[in-house]
Design a protein around this ligand. Structure first.
Ligand code: FMN
Length: 168
């Protein structure tokens, strides 16, 4: 039997969204933890990130031409929490999260060396949707650790998880 639930609690039914660390340059290089991240197109490869305007990163993303989507692993949960709780307005998140800047090949924003996957994105669209703005970027370069295992990737929606069993 289904029961009515408040409309704004409907999205709570999702089990998890990918946790990424977005690195963006500008007046100050910064990192923001995001769970609002989705593929918007395969050809061309477009990825969108949803960022609330009150975030320090929002201004950097608005002014800048590019950003990087870095995929951390479950072993990097501490850095994920630091980058998702401290603001670049007050701290240097590369320093406090113990992460290293790596030069990108095609964009000016830095990459995060410790993340096994780095996607270099050039901003192509900015869409306002309620309390978040979606920055859609074309992936123009990508690198992946040979040993990368998707099973180590974090998901978040209220709590942190990793992917479960394969269903055939
Ligand atoms: C797991 C997790 C997921 C998050 N997802 C988002 C998100 O999708 N969009 C967003 O605007 N903030 C998200 N946040 C909050 C920001 O990461 C957080 O407010 C951060 O401190 C903002 O940093 P900044 O002020 O340097 O931009 C998330 C935080 C955590 C811990």
């Amino acid at each position: 039997m289904k029961k009515e639930i408040p409309a704004d609690e409907g999205p709570d039914a999702f089990s998890g969204f990918p946790v990424v660390l977005c690195s963006v340059g500008g007046e100050k290089d910064n990192i923001i933890t995001l769970a609002l991240c989705h593929v918007f197109s395969f050809k061309p490869p477009l990825i969108g990130i949803g960022v609330a305007p009150k975030r320090f990163s929002y201004g950097l993303l608005e002014k800048g031409k590019d950003f990087a989507v870095n995929i951390p692993t479950k072993a990097q949960l501490k850095a994920v929490e630091v980058c998702g709780s401290k603001s670049g307005r007050r701290v240097d998140k590369f320093h406090v999260a113990g992460l290293t800047k790596e030069k990108a090949s095609k964009i000016s924003s830095p990459l995060i060396a410790e993340c096994p996957v780095n996607l270099e994105c050039v901003k192509v669209k900015q869409v306002e949707t309620g309390d978040h703005v979606w920055f859609v970027g074309e992936v123009v370069a990508a690198r992946m650790e040979e040993s990368y295992d998707k099973a180590d990737m974090l998901l978040y929606w209220g709590d942190y998880r990793v992917i479960g069993e394969k269903v055939d």
